[in-house]
Design a protein around this ligand. Structure first.
Ligand SMILES: Cc1cc2nc3c(=O)[nH]c(=O)nc-3n(C[C@H](O)[C@H](O)[C@H](O)COP(=O)(O)OP(=O)(O)OC[C@H]3O[C@@H](n4cnc5c(N)ncnc54)[C@H](O)[C@@H]3O)c2cc1C
Length: 405
């Protein structure tokens, strides 16, 4: 742990929200649109891999998008091979980030406990665990009694089975984004907030730069990491992304004594919640009635549904006070898998979007492969061709089933 190093402590005390702007030039090798976890992580990865001629442009402040509204959950238990690989590679990175970035990231690996209530969910769980194990993950298919041992406050009425993976957990999205940004900047990248990209220039099948609220900037590569606004950015050069924004609500309770190690999650109800290192219970619940929109207002309906479901699952939480509720946008694709890599017909416009509610946890690997694509012209760590946007031309995509939303 690096909490005790004086360097880390200085950064810790500076905290999120104190990021000062750098000047920007009028030409860069890489311009990244979006100062969320994706954009800042990519700036850092490019710089540590030798390309620091990078500019991140953020229209508001770092973490203003989904990153700053995120539950911080990190799960490797997925139903598709690419997501398991992306998440496993990301966890390996998260485990070394505190040391590498010299910044506390509040990584807690209390595991994810996934509850199944129906025969169909149970069947899928067995299949998922078999896939995950074949890829080297130590996830386990367990009984309701085993689940109770992992989380003794859990009401297991109606639970058919569960799955558990100890190395899953949570981390702090604000601190990680800040840590990436500070380190990227120390390596020579420029990160500028309060500047919006208004247009993207395209000449002969290559992007050549962006128009911003502070003038034109030339670039050899432009990366679309604009979160729920990515579809809008892609449309500037005639690229159609199928991603749609959906509100997702979340809340935090008062602080209580440590009583919950794992993140508890259930796909049929769409609920997830865990206890942070500080002691709050933080979680959300998907809403099947939610329509696509840019609405990020909190609702009473969410508060009622979430409170009822938490109280059912953990009766001792019934009287917990809710301190705050908020909402953010999921950037959702038709198969609930991210859009990565170049787009057809344009060689230098990689996508890092369409995360469908899990972009924080797979962020490090998505960034790694995007940095490889930019520096080497191809990915090395992992083949991401199945995640290119052209997959949507074919209607037989593999859908990620293990999602809340
Ligand atoms: C309530 C909620 C809970 C979540 N929980 C989890 C979780 O537990 N685990 C997990 O893995 N994921 C979770 N997610 C999803 C996760 O937050 C996102 O997938 C991830 O943060 C995406 O990061 P990003 O950097 O790609 O996008 P964002 O964080 O959205 O960043 C995009 C940035 O681009 C900026 N931008 C947009 N347009 C422009 C422009 N024209 N010019 C300049 N800047 C622009 C925006 O202001 C924004 O800051 C959750 C999301 C929500 C809403």
């Amino acid at each position: 742990m690096t909490h005790s190093s004086s360097d880390a402590r200085k950064r810790f005390l500076r905290g999120p929200g104190t990021f000062r702007n750098t000047e920007m030039r009028d030409s860069y090798e890489v311009v990244i649109i979006g100062g969320g976890v994706s954009g800042c992580c990519l700036a850092y990865d490019l710089a540590r891999m030798g390309c620091s001629d990078v500019l991140v442009l953020e229209k508001d402040y770092l973490t203003a998008g989904a990153t700053g509204r995120c539950g911080g959950g990190i799960r490797q238990q997925w139903s598709t091979e690419e997501n398991v690989r992306l998440a496993m590679g990301s966890v390996a990175r998260f485990e070394q980030l505190e040391e590498e970035l010299q910044f506390p990231i509040e990584l807690k690996q209390g595991g994810y406990l996934i509850l199944s209530y129906t025969e169909e969910e149970d069947r899928r769980s067995r299949k998922n665990v078999a896939l995950q194990n074949s890829l080297g993950l130590d996830s386990r298919y367990i009984t309701p009694q085993d689940a109770l041992e992992i989380f003794p406050l859990l009401n297991i009425d109606g639970v058919v089975s569960a799955t558990f993976n100890q190395s899953d957990g949570t981390a702090n999205p604000f601190w990680i984004t800040q840590a990436y940004a500070l380190n990227a900047r120390e390596l020579g990248a420029d990160i500028v907030t309060g500047v919006e990209v208004k247009d993207i220039h395209l000449e002969d099948g290559r992007v050549t730069g962006v128009d911003t609220t502070r003038g034109h900037i030339k670039a050899n590569w432009v990366v679309n990491a604009a979160g729920a606004r990515s579809t809008e950015m892609a449309a500037k050069v005639g690229v159609t992304l199928p991603n749609k924004p959906y509100r997702h609500e979340i809340l935090a309770t008062e602080v209580i004594k440590p009583c919950m190690d794992p993140m508890v999650i259930c796909f049929s109800t769409g609920i997830y919640f865990s206890q942070t290192a500080r002691g709050e219970i933080v979680g959300g619940i998907g809403d099947p009635l939610e329509q696509s929109s840019f609405n990020t207002r909190g609702s009473l309906r969410f508060m009622e549904r979430m409170s009822r479901e938490v109280a059912r699952l953990v009766p001792t939480f019934t009287d917990l006070g809710v301190v705050r509720q908020w909402a953010g946008l999921y950037d959702v694709t038709p198969d609930a898998r991210p859009v990565l890599g170049n787009v057809p017909g344009i060689e230098n416009f990689p996508q890092m979007n369409g995360y469908s509610g899990h972009g924080f946890m797979i962020g490090p690997m998505c960034s790694q492969v995007t940095a490889e694509l930019i520096i080497h012209g191809k990915t090395k760590t992992m083949d991401i061709s199945a995640l290119n946007v052209d997959r949507f031309e074919d209607m037989s995509q593999v859908k990620e089933m293990s999602v809340v939303g």
